[in-house]
Design a protein around this ligand. Structure first.
Ligand SMILES: [Zn+2]
Length: 165
């Protein structure tokens, strides 16, 4: 599959730090999350769609967060999943605020469109946006995949404390 050039998952003109890049030690050591990136969005900040697509997952009823094994094994994060027909990619936006979804299942959204409000729900120590891009696999369902952004930033080059816009 060709590398799809996607937009950063927050509004143009905004700038955020990387909290964790690929294969981060805290959470990113499985095929389901190894290419996820954490951006330091604060509670209330706007999350935007990385590309045109259909909303295929919305969870927004959770309120709490935690860092214990219980939370890791049974993550109660709010999130949105969008399917992008042009590339076959799925993008996931995780740890949204309680009732932080601005879209509903089945909606068609455009690249850059606001879709959610950042928060601090689920398995996390700090408010942030956990951004994970996935592709279907034969045996394991959706697995995490390497990404490039349209502004030339490569996911693999992003390291903790880098600033991106
Ligand atoms: Zn994360």
């Amino acid at each position: 599959m060709k590398k799809n050039k996607i937009a950063l998952p927050f509004p143009k003109g905004k700038e955020y730090n990387i909290i964790q890049g690929y294969n981060g030690k805290f959470t990113y050591n499985t095929i389901f999350s190894q290419y996820a990136i954490d951006f330091n969005l604060n509670i209330g900040d706007t999350i935007t769609s990385a590309d045109n697509g259909y909303v295929v997952g919305v969870v927004e009823d959770y309120k709490d967060y935690g860092t214990s094994k219980k939370w890791r094994d049974n993550d109660k994060s709010n999130y949105i999943t969008i399917y992008h027909p042009n590339s076959g990619l799925y993008t996931q936006y995780v740890h949204l605020n309680h009732k932080g979804a601005l879209v509903k299942l089945g909606d068609y959204v455009l690249k850059g469109q606001p879709i959610g409000i950042a928060g601090m729900t689920g398995f996390t120590t700090t408010p942030h946006l956990h951004f994970n891009v996935k592709i279907p696999s034969d045996k394991n369902g959706l697995i995490s995949t390497d990404i490039e952004f349209e502004n030339g930033i490569k996911g693999k080059d992003l390291k903790k404390k880098d600033r991106v816009n």
